[in-house]
Design a protein around this ligand. Structure first.
Ligand code: GTP
Ligand code: MG
Length: 200
């Protein structure tokens, strides 16, 4: 899919204030600093569409972008960020879960996981919650450029083993790098196919 236009729409503190749910929507979710905003910029080939930062906790609102005037990308705050107070952390988690639960035009949530990390309990718990709620999702392993090709495959195999204990079949899985644009074509293809199904 060609990205012809990509524009910021609005930042919303809660799902109620999100833009009208008139277009298919895709959300990017994951722990703070995993690379959600960077992935959105990589996919849209816009350097600063979504604000990125080396300091976790940069994205604090539900940010909508409209792509090609006919579908939404949504950048969410990170979960499990240890450096904010417990009450703020819980508030963000509530915001994210309420968004996921109530956003009727959400067609797929991309759950981002840093390829360098071991399977973490709060990521696995989050996936279970998605499954329980029946929200369609795909997994994107980020920052593949930080490891050698063989190490990437090793991490992926380990993670798949963990996932297989719970998921059959496994959800769609992508490997990405915002630095090299790895994964871009495949992720955009999933979005393109899903958009077509939506309008059919
Ligand atoms: P919050 O909004 O704080 O939850 O973070 P986020 O998930 O949006 O992460 P963000 O995109 O801001 O990236 C966090 C840091 O990781 C930044 O310093 C990015 O430059 C870096 N980063 C993100 N993706 C990649 C990647 O694929 N490769 C490399 N090498 N660095 C990346
Ligand atoms: Mg962000």
């Amino acid at each position: 899919m060609k990205i012809l236009s990509a524009e910021f729409v609005k930042s919303a503190p809660s799902v109620k204030e999100c833009p009208e749910p008139v277009h298919p929507e895709y959300a990017f979710i994951g722990r703070s600093n995993v690379g959600k905003s960077s992935l959105i910029n990589m996919l849209t080939e816009r350097k600063n569409l979504a604000k990125t930062s080396g300091t976790p906790g940069k994205t604090r609102l539900i940010n909508h972008f409209i792509i090609n005037n006919n579908w939404y990308l949504c950048d969410l705050p990170g979960y499990g960020f240890a450096k904010v107070s417990k009450s703020i952390r819980e508030k963000w988690e509530q915001t994210i879960k309420s968004y996921l639960h109530h956003r009727e035009n959400l067609l797929c949530a991309f759950i981002l996981i840093d390829i360098r990390h071991e399977a973490l309990k709060n990521d696995l718990d989050f996936l279970s919650w998605m499954g329980m709620k029946g929200i369609p999702f795909a997994i994107v392993f980020t920052k593949a450029d930080k490891l050698s090709k063989s190490k990437v495959q090793q991490q992926l195999a380990q993670y798949k083993k963990k996932l297989a204990l719970q998921w059959e079949p496994l959800p769609p899985i992508y490997i990405s790098s915002a630095a090299t644009a790895m994964g871009r074509e495949d992720i955009l293809e999933l979005i393109e196919i899903t958009n077509k199904e939506f309008s059919a």
